[in-house]
Every structure is written in structure tokens, then in C-alpha cells.
Ligand binder design. Structure first.
Ligand code: ZN
Length: 446
């Protein structure tokens, strides 16, 4: 019997599906999640190193004691061990199990003390008894442990308040530096779009590993694009002090930022929330505010005004800078029960949500890149579209409507985004209509 000969299959390069994108983003979140990030130190550097393996990232180190605006770069913190043990050596809480177990920036301690004496240094969440809180003490010298209320209750039941416990935190605070990373993707102009994601939370997945992964993927996407109009700057820095440091060191160049977004919490299953720019809230919405709204118009986007609390939009939107920087999240900080607890783990983050967040940001960039003001070259009466092959009956009504709207509102005043807002069509449809009209010389750039 002759052997069956199967033809060699030529591998077909498959387009990436949203599932592929989501899975790849989720892998990135999983790699970043467990690192012992803090506002300074090796966990932050390791995080930036992972990011720097994928995109060109310039790492900056700013020495302890440097004055940055009204702040001073703090000492660098290193943590090696942190645990509480019973007399028989059984460890009740151990940093080795999770970086959340120690208050960030804890000073060193080694002592024997009763639970009664130790209690002021223990942090739990009585209303969420199974979760470990995330606590920091960057600017006040303190030490402490975080544990679940359940573990604390069990300990109290087993040892009582007066048995001596061994308490050990092996940490150091020393003159080192604060680290941040910057990736710049050049475009045709020096006008910049800024994306900023804080990079200082240990073992928390949505806040902030999700936004690091999405920002990284967006930078990789932009790197592959040619002919970008804007220069794109990605800032990966510790919250508050990192943004303050970057602003202090770039004070003279910040005028180049024409649009910007702080990115956070982009992996949970909640709807998108956009916090407007300061200036857009006080006056009329800015281009960045409108571009975010339009790119997410088919979702249940919640648009909120600027307020001086939240993430680093507070620094970019401080009155001296007043930069056009809004904030995009899914569920905002403090509004999901797992926020700043051990419940913000890899189960909270969804590949589908990550992929949607990335797609939304790409649509946002497409609007910024494509938004232009044109002038109709035949403004007296409607130009004869049929003669130019622009009125084929086979075409959908949407593209015909887009042509008519673009022709009518391209009066040297209305940009394509404002035309899309007026007619309710997608920016893609309006941009495509403008491209066809440009080809027929019915439009010219202003
Ligand atoms: Zn946070």
C-alpha cells in the first residue's frame, strides 16, 4: 500500500485576535505582579528592567536628598526579612509569603514583645477579615506588619495577649536614589503625548501592574507605527514623588505636552472611568478629554470632573503646570473592595479587560493622530460627488453621510473630531471620508 504523502503546510501568519492580545497582557501582568516594588529600591528597578527588555527605556536615578519642587528625594529602602514568630519558632506573618506583610519603609526592629504591645504595629481589615491590607509609611519613621484579621484572631486565641512573640524586620534606609524610567517614541513634531503609570505598588495586580502592562503594550504598538505626528513619552515612576521628580527635572520642557493620560487600574472587569483634565473641567473640555470620550463612546464610560485627589494627575494638574493630562481607569481607586488589599491579585485582572483597555488607547491615539482641520475647496454649493465616483449607490449610508458632513463642516474651523461629535459617526468613518476627499482635492489642509 503506497504511503500517503501529505503536502507540506505553509504556515499562515494569523492576525492577533483580542484573545491573543489579552493573554499576552495577562502574562505581562503576572510577571510584574509579584515583585517587591516600592517608591525606591530593587523591586522598582527590577520592574523597570522587565519593561526595558521590551521597549527602549531610559533609566534615571535621582540621589537621596535632591530637592524636587517642594519635596526631597527620600532615602532608599531595602527590605530583606520581616516576620513575627511564636516562641517555638512558628512564623505567623512572613514577608517571604507576600511583600504586603510589611509596612513599606518600615525601620528595622528586633524584639520580643507581647501581642498586647505589638497590636499598634499590626494592620488588619476588620471588615474584610480574609484580606491583608497594603500600608506605607514613606515619610514618617515607623514599622509595622499587615495581616488578615482572621490570622490575628487565631493568634490571639492561641497565645493570648501576654505571650512573648519574636518580632523581626531586617531593613535599611540609606542614601541611595529614586529610580524612574522613560521611553520616548519620536514623531514628526516635538509636540508630545504623555502616558504616565505609577510603578511603586508591590504584589497588587490591578493597581498597578495592569497599567504598566497596558502602557508597555501601547508603547510597543506605537514603536511599530511610521509617520507618527506626535512624539510619545511614557513615564514609569513611583506615585507622587516620581511625578514630582519628573516635573522638577523637566520644568522647562513641559510645554511640549499637548495631551496626556495617567493610566491606572486597567485590568478589572468594571466599566471605564475618565477623569478630565483640570483645565478642561474649569473651562471647556480639551482635545484630550474629547478624544477619550469619543474613543469610548460605545461603552458605559463614566466621565468625571477633575478634583485634586487621586493619582499623578494631581501633580500634572497642579496650578503651576496645569498640563492637559487626564486619567483613564476602569474602576477608580478606592471603589472596588479589593483595592489596596491582597484581594487585588491575579484573579481580579481579566485578559479581556486588559485587551479592551489597550484597544481603547489605540483608538484614542488614532484620534489624536488623525484630528486635523481642513478647508473645503468647493464650498459654494455641494460639489458633484457622482462625477468623482464618490456617490456610488453600493456604498453604505454611513460613508456617504460622512462625506457630506466632512465637506460641509470643513470650513477651516471644525476639526475632524468635532465633525465626528456633531454627526455622531465614528472617528474612523470621518477620517476615511476626509482621506477620500483629499484624494479628489475637495479638501485641503488649513
Ligand atoms: Zn494605589
Amino acid at each position: 500500500m503506497p504511503a500517503t504523502i501529505y503536502p507540506l503546510r505553509t504556515p499562515v501568519k494569523r492576525e492577533k485576535t483580542p484573545e491573543d492580545v489579552g493573554a499576552s497582557l495577562y502574562r505581562c501582568v503576572s510577571a510584574l505582579y509579584p515583585l517587591h516594588r516600592c517608591i525606591t529600591g530593587e523591586g522598582l528597578r527590577a520592574t523597570l528592567q522587565i519593561i526595558g527588555q521590551k521597549i527602549p527605556l531610559k533609566i534615571h536615578e535621582v540621589p537621596t536628598g535632591t530637592e524636587v519642587l517642594d519635596w526631597i528625594i527620600p532615602k532608599e529602602w531595602e527590605i530583606r526579612e520581616a516576620w513575627i514568630a511564636r516562641e517555638d519558632g512558628t512564623r505567623i506573618v512572613d514577608l517571604a509569603d507576600s511583600p504586603l506583610h510589611v509596612v513599606q519603609y518600615s525601620t528595622p526592629v528586633h524584639a520580643w514583645m507581647t501581642l498586647r504591645r505589638l497590636r499598634p504595629n499590626l494592620h488588619t481589615l476588620p471588615k474584610q477579615p480574609n484580606l491583608v491590607p497594603y500600608r506605607t509609611s514613606y515619610y514618617d519613621e515607623a514599622w509595622g506588619f499587615c495581616l488578615s484579621e482572621r490570622v490575628l484572631d487565631r493568634l490571639a486565641a492561641e497565645v493570648g495577649e501576654d505571650e512573648e512573640l519574636e518580632v523581626h524586620i531586617d531593613s535599611s534606609l540609606y542614601d541611595g536614589s529614586l529610580t524612574y524610567g522613560e521611553c520616548v517614541i519620536p514623531g514628526k513634531t516635538d509636540d508630545e503625548v504623555l502616558f504616565s503609570a505609577h510603578a511603586c505598588h508591590p504584589a497588587l495586580a490591578n493597581d498597578n501592574a495592569s497599567s504598566l502592562a497596558v502602557a508597555l503594550a501601547l508603547a510597543r504598538h506605537l514603536e511599530k507605527r511610521t509617520n507618527l505626528r506626535y512624539t510619545y513619552r511614557f513615564l514609569f515612576a513611583p506615585g507622587t514623588i516620581g511625578a514630582v521628580t519628573w516635573l522638577a527635572r523637566n520644568r522647562r520642557g513641559v510645554d511640549r505636552i499637548k495631551h496626556g493620560l495617567v493610566l491606572a487600574n486597567l485590568g478589572d472587569a468594571g466599566d471605564f472611568t475618565y477623569k478630565m483634565t483640570r483645565r478642561g473641567t474649569l473651562d471647556a473640555p480639551l482635545a484630550v478629554d474629547r478624544a477619550v470620550s469619543w474613543s469610548l463612546r460605545e461603552t458605559n464610560l463614566d466621565v468625571r470632573p477633575f478634583e485634586p485627589s487621586g493619582y499623578d494627575e494631581r501633580q500634572f494638574g497642579s496650578p503651576g503646570f496645569d498640563l492637559p493630562v487626564g486619567r483613564l481607569t476602569r474602576t477608580p481607586h478606592g471603589e472596588y473592595p479589593e483595592y489596596h488589599t491582597s484581594g487585588d491579585n491575579l484573579d481580579l485582572v481579566q485578559p479581556k479587560a486588559l485587551a479592551e483597555s489597550l484597544e481603547a488607547l489605540i483608538r484614542f491615539v488614532d484620534i489624536l493622530e488623525g484630528d486635523t482641520v481642513y478647508q473645503n475647496t468647493q464650498p459654494f454649493g455641494e460639489p458633484m460627488l457622482g462625477r468623482r465616483g464618490l456617490h456610488a449607490s453600493s456604498e453604505g449610508s454611513e460613508s456617504r453621510r460622512a462625506l457630506l458632513w466632512v465637506l460641509n463642516l470643513s470650513d477651516g474651523e471644525h476639526s475632524l473630531l468635532s465633525i465626528a461629535e456633531r454627526c455622531g459617526l465614528s472617528f474612523t468613518a470621518v477620517r476615511a471620508a476626509a482621506d477620500r476627499l483629499l484624494k479628489e482635492r475637495l479638501l485641503e489642509a488649513v
